[in-house]
Design a protein around this ligand. Structure first.
Ligand code: FES
Length: 125
């Protein structure tokens, strides 16, 4: 148990540890991301949280970065390290792995490629 002072934190990274993501290496992805954050001395800038299923299992391993509202798919340990270096350290999202991006006026925008499932339509949309 811990209670972190998050004042000044710039990114919150949600690392999916639901069943589908864990079967695709979620533990190794979690470790790789956290180790890279520590190696680059970004602990004060980045807070990470292990989550349960985020509802995009076909995209396993799923990693989500706020406040940008960017959802990533198919994150491997290597891609996780690249995500830390490129997005969290340099502010350049990993375009090739983005599935959704948040836009102020429109909400989440699907940004996946042809191999990405749009998923089940929510009721009322
Ligand atoms: S287990 Fe990760 S999105 Fe479902």
């Amino acid at each position: 148990m811990a209670t972190w002072n998050l004042t000044g934190t710039r990114h919150h990274v949600l690392i999916c540890n639901g069943g589908s993501c864990m079967r695709k290496g979620g533990e190794e992805v979690t470790s790789a991301i956290r180790e890279e954050i520590a190696r680059l001395e970004l602990d004060c800038d980045v807070h990470t949280t292990r989550t349960r299923c985020n509802g995009r299992c076909e995209d396993a391993c799923v990693v989500i970065v706020y406040p940008e509202g960017i959802w990533y798919k198919s994150i491997t340990p290597e891609r996780g390290k690249k995500l830390v270096q490129q997005h969290l350290m340099n502010g350049e999202p990993l375009e090739e792995a983005i599935t959704y991006q948040y836009e102020q006026e429109q909400g989440f925008i699907f940004s996946g490629n042809s191999t990405t499932s749009l998923g089940i339509q929510k009721l009322g949309k």
